[in-house]
Design a protein around this ligand. Structure first.
Ligand code: XMP
Length: 516
């Protein structure tokens, strides 16, 4: 029997979270946009169950998307979420109305009847928090369905046809604001669909290796390595799949952190025996960046030079048919477009912007379905050293955007030292893995100090640490004062050129994580 769940995407911003929750239950799932699902896809996929996602459209309009009729004729369980519930109801003979009473955000449901979806999680009479986001709601059920939960704005908050194993929820079980949502989804995939729940990163690794081999054939693949976790995991996975057909290129733009280049080169060339081109392009980058102070200008220059160097190095190894990138799931922002026809608008974040077009290569993006922590789990599965797997994110432009104002090699050297001390103290305090991202910034401001009996007039160093889930919002990390004091003392004593340290206590928003 199949052990996979098919998620039909109607364009909700949180569809990817459904896939994630299903995977957390140890079940493999795939998301397919509604306009790419036909009878053949349904037959070939062989799902143990189907989840219909939410979406921005209204089923009260005739030309909005529907699930293929076959979905309800396959004799497998179906769970409709929000829009998914509404289209299921409409397609099976019930009705949906656009309501004056819209519900957005936190709401409470009353469980009115036991059903398999709630089994062991919620009982009749329970009042439970959920997350709603809807204007329309179901107002008449198709034959065979009954209401199993209600809310103030949605009298049909959860519905069930237990005989057919069809369920619908008006709320979103996939988001964290529905505290019992994960358990409900687990009930659906395990108890109702009968999936075994033994999908693991090890099986993902095997599947991906097969897929990469099929995609690449005898072609050559080039992969930009930055030393970050995503590109490192891509490189190791590809190497396992296609060995010497892979060449990695590591471009040192002179704005990497202390010891970074050595670490990357040693790991990939010596430990993994991966073809690795290490190009020291620091003269070129620092030369072009001289006297540039505008942050966006810095990014543009670095982006363009990176492509130039990458292209040169790719030519030297005889070109490549494919470019491998560490694109992650959150980078694939929009899933489906209804407006403007059937085309699917997928907005990819290209780690190496512009390269695929210029170099006429196809993309290999084996991490597209994963979230950052899943990439880390895959890295561990591949035996990648923990130094790489649990690294904080590091921006492509590197220290360039942590030196506001003019960038010089001298300033980069000063910052590298301060940053290394700061991270060393964070590691010694056992805090590295509790923090999402931490780094030092060298300010263009000089202040007066006194060291020994002498006057100093040196730079200010700002240190920053934040916690975040996806980098979109962030809170500053509440270090104990004695820790901050220790870091400041070490930086001022050990780094020539800095005589004052400040701690950045700005959250995002209104700040950003980086200073530029
Ligand atoms: P901000 O500063 O926008 O940063 O709050 C959010 C996350 O993105 C990283 N970042 C970048 N990464 N190129 C990158 O590859 C960039 O130009 C860039 N700018 C910011 C930043 O380090 C943080 O993790």
């Amino acid at each position: 029997m199949s052990d996979n769940i098919l998620i039909i995407d109607f364009g909700s911003q949180v569809t990817q979270l459904i896939a994630r929750r299903v995977r957390e239950a140890g079940v493999y799932s795939e998301i397919v946009p509604f306009n790419q699902v036909d009878d053949e896809v349904l037959s070939n996929f062989g799902a143990a169950g189907i989840i219909l996602s939410g979406g921005p459209a209204s089923v009260t309009n005739e030309d909005t998307p529907r699930a293929p009729a076959k979905v309800f004729e396959m004799d497998i369980p179906v769970l409709g979420i929000c829009y998914g519930q509404q289209t299921m109801v409409a397609q099976m003979g019930g009705s949906v109305t656009a309501s004056d009473h819209q519900e957005f955000g936190r709401a409470f449901i009353d469980i009115t009847k036991p059903c398999a979806l709630f089994e062991g999680v919620l009982g009749q009479g329970d009042n439970e928090q959920v997350w709603m986001s809807h204007g329309d709601h179901v107002d008449a059920l198709p034959d065979g369905f009954e209401v199993v939960a209600t809310s103030e704005g949605a009298p049909f908050a959860a519905i069930a046809n237990e005989e057919k194993c069809f369920y619908g929820v008006q709320f979103h079980p996939e988001v964290v604001h529905t505290p019992k949502g994960t358990e409900l989804l687990q009930n659906f995939v395990s108890n109702i669909c009968g999936c075994s729940g033994d999908w693991t990163m090890a099986s993902f690794r095997e599947t991906k290796i097969q897929e990469i081999r099929e995609q690449v054939g005898a072609g050559k693949v080039i992969c930009g390595l930055s030393g970050g976790v995503d590109s490192s995991v891509v490189a190791v996975l590809l190497h396992e799949a296609i060995g010497d057909q892979l060449t990695c290129v590591y471009v040192d733009h002179g704005l990497m952190r202390a010891g970074e280049s050595d670490q990357v080169v040693t790991l990939f060339r010596e430990h993994y025996n991966i073809n690795l081109v290490h190009r020291d392009a620091s003269e070129l980058f620092l030369g072009e960046l001289a006297e540039v102070t505008d942050p966006e200008q810095k990014r543009k220059i670095i982006g363009k030079l990176f492509i130039d160097v990458f292209e040169e190095e790719a030519k030297k190894v005889g070109g490549a048919d494919f470019l491998a990138q560490g694109t992650l799931y959150p980078d694939v922002i929009e899933s489906v477009s209804f407006i403007g026809g059937p085309s699917v608008t997928i907005k990819s974040h290209h780690n190496v912007g512009g390269l695929p077009e210029r170099m006429n290569m196809d993309l290999v993006e084996p991490l597209r379905e994963l979230f950052k922590d899943e990439v880390r789990a895959l890295g561990r599965e591949l035996g990648l050293h923990d130094d790489f797997v649990s690294r904080h994110p590091f921006p492509g432009p590197g220290l360039a955007i942590r030196i506001p104002g003019e960038i010089t090699r001298k300033k980069a050297d000063i910052l590298r030292k301060a940053d290394a001390i700061y991270l060393d103290e964070i590691r010694k305090a056992g805090l590295y893995d509790n923090i999402w991202q931490a780094f030092a910034v060298l300010l263009p401001v000089k202040t007066v100090g006194v060291m020994g009996d002498a006057r100093t007039y040196d730079h200010v160093c700002a240190i920053r640490a934040v916690n975040s889930t996806d980098g979109m919002t962030a809170d500053y990390y509440p270090f104990p004062h004695d820790f901050l004091g220790r870091v400041a003392t070490r930086i001022i004593n050990e780094v020539r050129g800095i005589n004052r340290v400040v701690y950045d206590i700005t959250s995002k928003p209104p700040g950003t994580i980086e200073w530029e």
